[in-house]
Design a protein around this ligand. Structure first.
Ligand code: ADP
Ligand code: ZN
Length: 757
């Protein structure tokens, strides 16, 4: 991804070949239809001043009128007898030129129709309507104070009251006026009819912050590590050198304060900023930290706003009334002019990857928008993705490190418990080690709180020997093989390699090999048995089906009503509970042996994150990690908080097997009702594709996808790896788009897939 540039965008969309002089006669328009085609239209003389790149236009297509967007302006077209553009939206250009370039870049890079890329950069409520603000009415006095007829107070006290208010306070919103004076709308209308007041209509912004007031904050005096990081950011903002900065700081090291002061610096130069945060972190508290510093020029864009709010926020940004935009993924496309900084917080988060076409990664596209909009990009995290770290090692990005917490509190102690010896000692499988039981008992006595964490994802998909921790890996791909119950087989979903499930563990010969996992529910039962005096609550997607249930439990936990909280990913992130002094990680192997080459990276991130939950109060926290693989580098380096060592080992592993970041990965998934047909079609496709691919491309599969069957559909995938995405997407594109896929087989392509599902 980082190797490609904006100029990769295919020739159809580039604007470089045209001269800048004279009015353009022809506009190439993308319409709101799922077809990857643009149509040429004549620009009528009367509209020639208004039709620009990114304009929103109405055109005739087939038998109806369509809305579309101008993606290119030309002097002439090869198409004879063009139809004219019928209308153009007065708000111009609708899509700013840099955002349009980003969209076309995405279409090319992620192999998506341009129309889908245009959709991705415009929020649905904005696309659907032309500006549709709610209107509100304002009333202004047309008389000076005391100019109204004597005796009005007696004759029409309501009218007098309204006039008095207006003369004192000036123009007032109708809704406020009626609330304050008790006058009805008809009273105001009477006054208007007499010419004593004037009424005007204005757009009412639906403000997502409503009346939620925040107290202003001032920049804090910085710690040395923050000052150093900020100096680097200033350099990036002032000179675009370096263009991308990785801010690698532990949780609580003061990254957000650095973001705030970097944005403030850009603002002094009249520039604007975008802040991306993962959806789950986009809480009112996060937004408030920015509003407290920057006030009303902060806008938010995310999916939880109402349609009206999203519409209004977008237009507020486009008109230049908002200068700092915070949001999840799609806020990256905010129509800000004079962009001075893009911040991607928690850049390693897989949720930055969009699951629909175009399947873009907002972190990567942020770097592309930075390049196109000529603004620096700041990536922040405690656990950099290996893609980003590799770019630092290769000197494409600069890095600032913030290894200390602002409050100088110690990071929690992490203890690794070897469950293999634990199983030996006790003679059978134990879910709680002696150490963990003792540690929990101790917390109960001290009235401190415990979190038990279980990563359930993938637990039933790999087989773990409960005695020695052995997991069967594919001999070719070195990722855990997936257990298929129905066929009693182990399968590599990357290359399709298949084996029978061995009768005993290949490593220690234990017959108890077929471990299929322990869920949170079972852990809850055992916890209740072991600690009968404790209040135990389980929090996962099964128990937390309602949003307020989640809030209630967290509230109870914070107020100390709960002693032990058991949970999944839901509790790993961003929650602060000062009285939690112990975190137990139940089966660390479950994430270590996910059938994914990123399993070790995810485990490292998870352990670091989970550790951040312990000991935020006055007491140093403790983390107990129970695992069958105590020697694994992900676990050992997480214990020492040693990201560099982890990354070095992991990069070596990835290089040997040519996994990202040493290669780019493109995944094609086909699904359909007939297993044989899907697999056969994909094999046919692979056979045609193979000879077109260069030597540098590794093609694996077709193999059943890790989620081999969803809702009655069988899923198979092809995975390609190469040093450059282009080596894959070039040959793939021509074949893929013209390939006669049968209607009962659906195909999806994922460029730079982050998880193979
Ligand atoms: P991070 O984003 O790295 O997790 P934060 O920016 O949230 O860290 O900082 C953690 C806490 O420390 C916050 O409450 C923040 O207000 C405070 N803080 C940050 N920088 C400073 C500073 N220089 N002086 C005092 N307090 C600070
Ligand atoms: Zn394999």
């Amino acid at each position: 991804m980082t190797n490609s540039t904006a100029s990769d965008a295919n020739e159809l969309w580039s604007r470089s070949s045209e001269s800048d002089s004279g009015p353009r006669r022809v506009a190439r328009v993308i319409v709101d239809l799922s077809i990857d085609r643009a149509f040429d239209y004549l620009v009528p003389e009367a509209l020639s001043g208004d039709v620009m790149l990114g304009s929103r236009v109405t055109v005739d297509l087939g038998h109806g009128r369509r809305t579309g967007y101008v993606v290119r302006l030309l002097d002439r077209s090869d198409v004879p007898r063009l139809k004219p553009i019928l209308e153009v939206s007065p708000s111009n250009p609708y899509i700013p030129e840099d955002v349009l370039s980003v969209a076309t870049w995405m279409a090319t890079y992620y192999l998506a129709p341009v129309e889908r890329a245009i959709r991705a950069v415009l929020p649905a409520p904005v696309r659907r309507r032309t500006e549709a603000f709610k209107k509100e009415r304002w009333v202004a006095p047309a008389l000076a104070s005391g100019d109204w007829p004597a005796g009005l107070e007696k004759k029409a006290p309501k009218q007098a009251k309204v006039l008095a208010h207006l003369c004192e306070h000036g123009e007032t919103r109708t809704t406020d006026l009626t609330a304050i004076t008790g006058a009805t709308a008809s009273v105001i209308k009477t006054l208007a009819d007499k010419g004593w007041v004037k009424i005007r209509e204005a757009a009412a912004y639906r403000n997502p912050f409503r009346d939620h007031v925040v107290l202003p904050t001032q920049p804090l005096p910085l710690m040395p590590q923050q000052a150093e990081a900020l100096a680097l950011c200033f350099r990036a903002i002032d000179t675009l050198e370096p263009p991308v900065v990785l801010l690698n700081g532990v949780t609580g090291s003061g990254k957000t304060e650095v973001y705030l002061q970097a944005i403030a610096h850009a603002r002094t130069q009249g520039k604007t900023a975008i802040v991306l945060v993962p959806e789950i972190a986009l809480t009112p508290q996060t937004v408030d930290r920015f509003r407290s510093r920057f006030g009303d020029c902060v806008a938010v864009l995310h999916s939880e706003l109402s349609e009206g709010e999203r519409h209004d926020e977008w237009h507020r940004i486009r008109r230049g009334e908002a200068e700092v935009v915070i949001g999840a993924r799609s806020a990256l496309f905010a129509p800000l002019a004079r962009l001075g900084l893009i911040i991607v917080d928690e850049e390693h988060e897989p949720t930055y990857k969009q699951e629909e076409l175009p399947k873009y990664n907002a972190r990567d596209v942020a770097v592309v928008r930075g390049r196109i909009s000529r603004c620096p990009v700041l990536l922040g995290t405690a656990t950099p993705s290996l893609e980003t770290y590799q770019n630092v090692l290769r000197k494409r990005y600069a890095m600032a490190r913030m290894p200390h917490r602002v409050d100088h509190r110690k990071m929690p102690l992490m203890r690794i418990v070897d469950m293999r010896t634990e199983a030996d000692k006790e003679g059978k499988l134990h879910i709680f080690s002696r150490d963990l039981i003792d540690a929990i008992e101790q917390r109960l006595t001290l009235h401190e709180q415990t979190i038990l964490f279980l990563n359930r994802r993938g637990y039933s998909s790999s087989l773990i020997c409960m005695k020695c921790g052995h997991v069967c890996e594919c001999p070719e791909c070195s990722i855990s093989m997936t257990y298929h119950k129905t066929t009693e087989k182990l399968l590599c979903h990357l290359c399709g390699h298949e084996e029978r499930v061995p009768a005993a563990c290949p490593s220690c010969r234990d017959p108890a090999f077929k471990f299929t996992g322990v869920g949170t529910q079972r852990i809850e039962e055992i916890t209740r048995k072991l600690f009968s005096r404790a209040t135990v609550v389980r929090m996962d997607s099964d128990t937390m089906t309602r949003k307020d249930a989640y809030r209630t439990v967290l509230g109870d936990f914070r107020s100390g009503k709960i002693d032990i909280l058991i949970g999944t990913q839901m509790i790993a992130k961003g929650l602060h509970f000062p009285n939690v002094t112990l975190v137990g990680v139940m089966f660390a192997d479950l994430s270590l042996h996910m059938p994914d080459f990123r399993a070790a990276e995810r485990t490292y991130q998870l352990l670091t994150q989970v550790a951040g939950r312990a000991g935020r109060g006055d007491v140093v926290g403790e983390v107990i990690v129970q695992t069958f693989s105590p020697q694994h580098w992900a676990i050992q380096s997480a214990r020492r908080l040693d990201y560099e060592t982890f990354a070095d080992q992991e990069l070596a592993f990835r290089e040997e097997l040519m996994y990202p970041p040493h290669a780019h990965l493109v995944c094609i998934t086909a699904k359909g009702k007939s297993e044989r047909r899907v697999s056969w079609c994909l094999q046919q496709f692979a056979d045609q594709l193979q000879p077109r691919l260069g030597k540098g491309v590794i093609l694996s599969g077709p193999a059943p996808a890790p989620l081999a069957r969803i809702k009655g559909h069988f899923r198979f995938q092809l995975v390609m790896r190469a040093a450059q995405t282009r080596e894959i997407t070039g040959p793939l594109k021509t074949l893929l788009f013209n390939y006669p896929w049968p209607p009962d087989v659906q195909v999806a392509t994922d460029v730079d897939a982050v998880s193979m599902g």
